[in-house]
Design a binder for this molecule. Structure first.
Ligand SMILES: Nc1ccn([C@H]2C[C@H](O)[C@@H](COP(=O)(O)O)O2)c(=O)n1
Ligand SMILES: [Zn+2]
Length: 161
């Protein structure tokens, strides 16, 4: 009789892996961000990545980071966390958690708090010193939403598609 596999991926590796895979759908040339919302009993509820809203063409709207504000992506792009929240069609997200490849900004944290998500598991914190993320942490702390940094196992997950 065969024994069960021992090298299966953990829940954290699974959900962060799904979030990062979703991020690969992003057309943003600089930061590809992915999110995966998970129920308290470890069911995937929704997924999102950063991109322009429906009807706003990836080939027409700007991907620039600098220049005239109206010609940069920042006014137009929907962040992965918000997309994951808006993509959910099942009712309440109360008590769920969100895996995200980059720490949420202030705007996404407002949506996270208001939607009832209770925990954030993030990977990169590359904008941790910016006002948007400092404000984000302030609101999450006040609202009692927990956040923890994903501890990378270092395992490379290889899939052939
Ligand atoms: N938590 C976050 C933070 C940022 N994003 C998106 C917004 C942009 O598409 C990109 C950041 O661009 P950068 O300033 O690094 O060139 O990432 C997100 O989806 N979630
Ligand atoms: Zn955001």
């Amino acid at each position: 009789m065969s024994e069960k596999r021992q090298d299966y991926i953990s829940w954290d590796e699974y959900f962060m892996g799904v979030a990062k895979l979703a991020g690969l759908r992003s057309k943003d040339p600089n930061s590809q961000v992915g999110s995966c919302i998970v129920s308290p009993d470890n069911k995937i509820l929704s997924i999102g990545y950063n991109g322009f809203p429906r009807g706003c063409s990836d080939d027409v709207f700007p991907w620039s980071r600098e220049g005239d504000e109206l010609d940069t992506k920042y006014f137009y792009v929907t962040h992965s966390e918000l997309n994951a929240i808006l993509n959910y069609r099942g009712g309440s997200l109360e008590g769920s958690k969100i895996y995200v490849s980059l720490f949420p900004c202030n705007e996404c944290s407002k949506a996270i708090i208001q939607s009832g998500i209770r925990e954030i598991i993030y990977d990169s914190d590359k904008y941790g010193d910016t006002p948007a993320v400092i404000a984000s942490r302030k609101m999450l702390d006040a609202a009692g939403v927990h956040y923890r940094r994903y501890i990378r196992s270092g395992r490379e997950l290889k899939i052939t598609v």
